[in-house]
Design a protein around this ligand. Structure first.
Ligand code: NDP
Length: 476
């Protein structure tokens, strides 16, 4: 065959990725379970580049150069397994299967093992940027073997988003590393959106600003440290007016957030690894709470809708306080996400370069932001940074915003506007740097009821107090 690469699964993502490849001059073999999608792609966009349509999977494989490279862009889960099973029978040792869907990294590890035993490379690849990114340049997070990246890297890097002349694509690490990093990317996206939503809620309900005014606030913020895709589109959504009713769009949308699962996966894995990702967890739970409409209605009935009464006096000062609180809380959420990637990298032996992850998230993906360049600098300055919060720049930024952060959380509490993201981020920041934590008391209680033992601050060893026998201490 003569095609450089193949794509199977030509729905929104696969179709746009194939077009992106063709526009970059690659001869692309295209295939879909039902031929109509392939035909539609060619009818509409066939003139954009060099497409080779394939009616069957066998045709697709036959049309490819060796070693063959096939990108699978079908529904995650069982459909992905079905397509891989079909491909495996047709491929030869050295060929590569790239899964660009939103697979769970554990599935990717399982599939990688099976294909490796057959001499095939399985490359679980995170792709972020949605429909638009797939077409014009996504952020690409490939896992799999280093050998497979030698073949795939140049192609993937050329179709990825580019920032400062660098592609938003790099080899993340072996087996499931790419899909793991994509999962945490999505978790951070949840946390970021929750913090933005809390900022809006506080500005509206505690400070009395209208959605159009808040849109303007976000537009202004987008020209400073907070510059990011999510802040930019927040201004768009808040400024939008519903055509049917003339009301702010945000007031006609049902306030029940949905989720497809990557945020939940991130928190589940963080629990397994023992890494506190409180920002992501609060965001996932806030969505869950919002979706419990019946329970919310019952609570409104029993408790009344509004609790606090405090109102903000100086609106302008409060807007600036919220900006600083948002930035500081965001730093915490990202610090936690990067901690989780580091922990998984150590546990699975992936060798992930954290600075490189910040680099490939600067463009193409949903959390793209100016401040990711600061994260890149922090980890490239010191790869063993114990926490992003410890880096000179971020430590300074968080300290500068600390007073504002406390005022905003206090205002949230007094005015009855829930701000779980802001307040848990502040609690994390206070706990992380505390001289002493009440964990000492927790240890004492555990020793009292369960003889779970404790360590002392002044001597090495493990100790237990005989609580019901004269309280003498025994040590080992
Ligand atoms: P969908 O997830 O809607 O999947 C539709 C595609 O899967 C179609 O090509 C369909 O073929 C194919 N398919 C479904 N079941 C089977 C099967 N059993 N055997 C063979 N083919 C099957 O498409 P999207 O483009 O939205 O997403 C593709 C992947 O990319 C998903 O894993 C998704 O999670 C991921 N993703 C999506 C993003 C987005 O913004 N949408 C962003 C990043 C990743 P047919 O036409 O014959 O029905």
């Amino acid at each position: 065959g003569t095609a450089r690469i193949g794509v199977t699964g030509l729905a929104t993502m696969g179709g746009n990725l194939a077009r992106n490849l063709a526009r970059h001059g690659y001869r692309v073999a295209v295939h879909n379970r039902s031929m109509t999608r392939t035909q539609t792609l060619l009818d509409k966009h066939g003139d954009e580049g060099d497409f080779v349509p394939a009616e069957s999977m066998a045709d697709l494989v036959a049309s490819l150069q060796r070693p063959r490279q096939v990108i699978v862009m079908v529904k995650a889960g069982q459909p992905t397994d079905a397509v891989i099973d079909e491909l495996v029978e047709l491929l030869e040792p050295g060929d590569m299967v790239v899964d660009g869907g939103n697979a769970h990294f554990a599935d990717t590890r399982r599939r990688e093992t099976v294909l490796r035993e057959r001499g095939l490379h399985f490359v679980g690849t995170g792709i972020s940027g949605g429909e638009e990114g797939a077409l014009n340049g996504p952020s690409i997070m490939p896992g799999g073997s280093a050998e497979s990246y030698q073949h795939l890297g140049p192609v993937l890097e050329s179709i990825a988003a580019q920032v400062d002349g660098q592609p938003c694509c790099t080899h993340v690490g072996p087996d499931g590393a790419g899909h793991f990093v994509k999962m945490v990317h999505n978790g951070i996206e949840y946390a970021d959106m929750q913090l933005i939503a809390e900022s809006y809620d506080l500005l509206r309900r505690a400070a009395g600003l209208e959605p159009a005014e808040i849109a303007e606030v976000f537009r202004t913020w987008n020209s400073g440290d907070l510059e990011s895709y999510l802040v930019e589109i927040t201004a768009e959504v808040l400024g939008h007016v519903d055509a049917a009713t003339g009301r702010p769009f945000v007031d006609v949308v049902a306030d029940e957030a949905e989720q497809k699962g990557t945020g939940r996966w991130t928190v589940q894995e963080a629990l397994e690894l023992g890494i506190p990702v409180t920002g992501i967890a609060e965001a996932v739970f806030a969505r869950s709470l919002s979706a419990r409409a019946g329970q919310r209605a019952a609570a409104r009935g029993a408790l009344g809708a509004s609790s606090g009464t405090a109102k903000v006096g100086d609106r302008q000062a409060f807007v600036e306080d919220v900006r600083q609180a948002l930035y500081a809380s965001k730093v915490v959420a990202y610090a936690q996400g990067f901690d989780q990637i580091r922990a998984a990298s150590e546990f699975y032996g992936w060798g992930i370069d954290l600075g490189a992850m910040a680099t490939i998230w600067r463009g193409g993906c949903i959390i793209r932001a100016r401040f990711l360049d600061r994260i890149r600098q922090a980890y490239h300055g010191n790869a063993d940074l114990p926490s992003l919060l410890v880096d000179d720049y971020f430590a300074g930024a968080v300290s500068d915003g600390e007073a504002a952060w406390r005022r905003v959380v206090a205002t949230a509490v007094e005015s009855g506007v829930p701000a779980p993201g802001f307040s848990s981020a502040l609690a994390y920041h206070d706990a992380l740097r505390a001289e002493r934590l009440p964990a000492a008391l927790v240890q004492g209680l555990r020793d009292f009821f369960g003889a779970h033992t404790y360590r002392r601050v002044d001597r090495d060893g493990v100790f237990h107090t005989l609580w019901s026998e004269g309280r003498t201490e025994i040590g080992t």
